[in-house]
Design a protein around this ligand. Sequence first.
Ligand SMILES: [Zn+2]
Length: 139
Amino acid sequence: MNIIQDFIPMSNSNRPGTSLNPTYITVHETANTNHGANAEMHARYVKGADAQNRQVSWHYTVDDTVIYQHLPTNELGWHSGSNGNRQSIGIELCVNSDGNFAATRARGIELVRSMMNQLDIPLSRVVSHQHWTGKNCPS
Ligand SMILES: [Zn+2]
């Protein structure tokens, strides 16, 4: 599995550095269907000013060719409300119009499976963003 580690700088406000012992995996979709809104674009986004202003961060972004990791799995991100954030790692699936969503989904499943193994998380604790906050995500 091709995972590019491109961590949010420690000095950014959306990388609080709070320790996390994840017992859930939360799956999201980016809801950005723009051409080019792939994992590389989201890796740039999450390091930038807008993500800090909106107070968002997450662990992985998956597209149809690659996976980017933005935070270590033992550090808390801001993606699922306070309950979800302090218990789960966040995975975003890209829905860019120029991507192949079936391939993105297949790669996402591969990543979830690998994280379940690595972090000893059962399938019953693989949940959607909606599980935590009621948000329509993945839509
Ligand atoms: Zn979400």
